[in-house]
Write a protein that binds this ligand. Structure first.
Ligand code: LHQ
Length: 263
């Protein structure tokens, strides 16, 4: 376990678990947290031993968004929030979406502002039933960021995206699951066991293929059907040349569990 003050990182069985760790402040993002998270996501991208990332929070919250004490306009110098997005949030969001490995998010409690939208950018999101998602931006005169206006609109459509962002009403985990915004809501005390088991299962899977699956699904909304069939052909060609495909077929025919290596 690598321990730092604000983000914990642990690598086990191919799963890199990253735990936001400022529980007294509901894990609100600071520059330091962004620096560590970014470095860890780059590590996940570059280290073949890491085959799945699991993101969660310590304490009773997942993340309350930007630490507002750090971006207090009363402090004098002009606060350039665009710069904060350019230097901290947007690189993190791009790393999550472009990482060719599954990123699982276990939302252990309230997720507000950019905290909610970082969760929604992950590939598979499980949430404790007591968790809630709050598009808190409108309460402080801001617009949704961390990809939220993109993600919510694509997944929910305009009516729900507009109502959630304009009212900042909390969205219960079960409703988020019913609306297709997350994978599932689970009992609070089962969350980490279930998320860890899922992360381990995926990390032991054919992760090269999972990475390409992620790419295809993300590209689908921008491609027309014809173009997308060609993309499936190209990536299936690559998948079919992998050692994991050879192993998967051999294991099936031999009636034994496969031993995938992510290559
Ligand atoms: C916090 C925070 C927080 C600091 C709780 N900051 N301390 C913005 C600007 C820059 C660029 C990029 O993008 C963004 C995007 C954003 O994320 S804007 C949205 C920022 N987040 C919010 O507006 C949410 C603010 N927090 C809340 O509304 C509540 O804390 C929620 C509803 C999340 C939880 O409520 P409670 O369960 O009642 O907890 P609490 O409010 O009592 O908070 C506990 C502690 O955490 C408390 O500190 P204290 O020292 O008094 O015990 C809060 O001040 C602190 N905290 N969120 N974002």
């Amino acid at each position: 376990m690598t321990t730092s003050e604000t983000v914990l990182a642990a690598l086990d069985d191919g799963v890199l678990t990253l735990t936001l760790n400022r529980p007294d402040k509901l894990n609100a993002f600071t520059d330091d947290m962004h620096r560590i998270l970014r470095a860890q996501m780059e590590r996940a991208r570059d280290d073949r031993a890491i085959r799945t990332v699991l993101l969660t929070g310590a304490g009773r919250a997942f993340c309350a968004g930007q630490d507002l004490g750090d971006r207090d306009p009363r402090k004098g110098a002009r606060v350039d929030l665009g710069r904060t997005l350019d230097t901290s949030y947007n690189p993190l969001l791009r790393l999550i979406r472009s990482l060719e490995k599954p990123v699982i998010c276990a939302v252990n409690g309230v997720a507000a502002g950019a905290g909610a939208n970082v969760a929604f950018a992950c590939d598979i999101v499980l949430a404790a039933k007591s968790a809630r998602f709050i598009q808190a931006f409108s309460k402080i005169g801001l617009v949704p960021d961390a990809g939220g206006s993109w993600t919510l609109t694509r997944i929910l459509g305009e009516p729900r995206a507009k109502a959630l962002t304009m009212t900042a009403e909390p969205l219960a985990a079960q409703t988020a699951a019913d609306w297709g915004l997350i994978w599932k809501a689970v009992d609070d005390d089962a969350l980490m066991d279930e998320a860890t088991a899922l992360a381990r299962k995926l990390a032991g899977g054919a992760t090269l293929g999972l990475g390409m699956t992620k790419r295809l699904i993300q590209e689908a909304q921008d491609n027309d059907f014809d173009a997308h069939l060609d993309r499936e052909r190209d990536l299936q060609r690559q998948a079919g040349e992998s050692a994991d495909y050879a192993e998967g077929v051999a294991a099936f025919l031999d009636k034994r569990p496969p031993n995938f290596r992510g290559a």
